[in-house]
Design a protein around this ligand. Structure first.
Ligand code: BG6
Length: 484
């Protein structure tokens, strides 16, 4: 037996609205930009279209039908003993166009029913307010985060949901992985429509057009929007706890060459600390000046922005963690080794079927780095293995690789806690199979619960338990002591 985590440690899983709900245009919901992403694969990039093109399959339109099956799914999460569940509220279910005069009552009713169902089982919802999904109307009208107005419209959306769900939701997360804005990623993450009829969305794609000025100005508007949301959340209900979130950039130098060490250090500064500092310390770090100067970027701030950022500091920091990377001063063979990491391959580590480096120790390393800098509670709100699962003739699904991955990561998390990190909880990514964000596939599965659905949207949507279901249930029951 291992040592248990502290009492009250939060266990559960995390997803988004657009990767699960489906019902993309039902009950008054408007289109979000993720409804314009087609299905792809590891080798075929997802396409991002300006409008829905009937020749393509758009996986978010059906999701895994959580919209109609949420009671069954939540009962399964409760059976595993979840105490926390992270999902997002689709902005477009509440304000179909983003700037409507009144919120959509049916959208509010849906989330109320979902949150009440979680509460019935004692599961705390942790709600993401923006997960890469801008209302299409705002993408068209304002060019998404390029415009300051969008930060105000976002704050209005937040105010409505904070008031509506007061007492039902106390954990909020403003922006998913906001630090991906420090990496060139194309239009989708800027919240704008593709400039050409169709554009691709794949890490490392040389065709991605990047304008650092536009990207960092958009990031500034997001940081302002986040601070506004944090302030409102605290004013509306002092019990609210709001977290910042970054995708943890765990960068190692590829070799002990000091030049590699500098590159790795700078990747951590820019990747983690630029956004982390604004959201947790309330101000841009001093090194931002040098970084922006090097890129020729000049951030346009409005009077009062610095004060607002200071007043809108988050209560804790949450991270996603999938992989570490190896940085080298001699660029050349960099490839995608994780959700947002381009780096050289680590010769000591294996990779997943999607080429993501598997590095449990990297999680301990990055938790230590982040806690050392901020000394605020941390929470892991995404971690897991995307893998291909086979259904046996008798319907059983054996997924020892997933158990092994999670076991090694949870062990490493415990070591980080023993190192002194104050950790609130651990949520796996996709506790039920969902649509992959990077590739749009169903076959990249993370779940303890299998969903009968293929990459083209065929299937019965039937849910069944994998071997990992009972394993995670035992982990939670013993508060992390029994990982065998
Ligand atoms: C994170 C995103 O970056 O990675 C999720 O927040 C995403 O939305 C997750 O699903 C895993 O990535 P993928 O591409 O395997 O779905």
């Amino acid at each position: 037996m291992d040592k248990a985590f502290q009492n009250g440690f939060l266990w559960g899983g995390a997803v988004t609205a657009q990767q699960t709900e489906g019902a993309w245009n039902e009950d008054g919901k408007g289109p979000g930009i993720t409804d314009l992403q087609t299905a792809g694969s590891l080798t075929t990039p997802r396409i991002y279209t300006r409008e829905v093109n009937p020749n393509y399959y758009y996986p978010s339109h059906k999701g895994i039908d959580f919209y109609n099956r949420y009671k069954e799914d939540i009962a399964l999460f409760a059976e595993m003993g979840f105490t926390c569940y992270r999902t997002s509220i689709a902005w477009t279910r509440i304000f179909p166009n983003g700037d409507d005069a009144e919120p959509n009552k049916k959208g509010l009713d849906f989330y109320r029913a979902v949150f009440e169902e979680f509460k019935k089982y004692g599961i705390e919802p942790l709600v993401t307010l923006y997960h890469f999904d801008m209302p299409v109307n705002l993408a068209k009208k304002y060019n998404g985060w390029q415009s300051r107005e969008v930060a105000d419209l976002f704050a209005r959306f937040c105010e409505v949901v904070f008031k509506e769900f007061k007492g039902l939701v106390k954990y909020w997360l403003t922006f998913n992985e906001i630090n991906v804005m420090t990496m060139p990623f194309g239009e989708l993450l800027l919240g704008k429509l593709p400039e050409s009829e169709e554009s691709s969305f794949m890490l490392g794609d040389p065709n991605i057009k990047d304008d650092p000025q536009e990207r960092y100005q958009a990031l500034h508007h997001m940081l302002v929007a986040s601070a506004k949301a944090v302030k409102l959340a605290h004013e509306i209900d002092p019990n609210n706890e709001v977290c910042a979130m970054i995708t943890a950039v765990a960068s190692y130098p590829l070799t002990p060459d000091p030049d590699d060490i500098i590159v790795a250090t700078q990747s951590m500064w820019m990747g983690n600390y630029l956004c982390g500092d604004v959201m947790i310390r309330g101000a841009y770090p001093r090194f931002a000046e040098g970084l922006f100067a090097k890129l020729g970027v000049s951030i346009k701030k409005e009077p009062g922005d610095d004060k607002l950022l200071m007043e809108g500091k988050a209560d804790f920091l949450s991270i996603s963690y999938y992989a570490s990377g190896c940085m080298s001063a001699n660029k050349g063979d960099d490839a995608a080794v994780g959700n947002f990491l381009l780096s050289a391959k680590n010769p000591h580590l294996k990779t997943s079927e999607w080429g993501w480096t598997i590095d449990p120790e990297g999680l301990r390393y990055i938790l230590g780095e982040l806690y050392g800098r901020y000394e605020v509670p941390l929470m892991i709100v995404e971690n897991g293995l995307g893998a291909i699962d086979e259904v046996e003739a008798d319907g059983s699904i054996h997924d020892p690789y997933r158990i092994d991955y999670l076991r090694r990561h949870i062990r490493s998390v415990r070591k980080a806690v023993e190192d002194g990190v104050d950790l609130k909880g651990y949520l796996t990514w996709g506790p039920i199979d969902i649509i992959s964000a990077s590739t749009g596939e169903m076959k990249k599965r993370y779940g303890f619960i299998y969903v009968d659905l293929d990459n083209e949207g065929n299937g019965t949507f039937k849910r069944s338990k994998k071997d990992s279901f009972e394993w995670y249930k035992k982990v939670i029951k013993t508060n992390g002591a029994d990982l065998e």
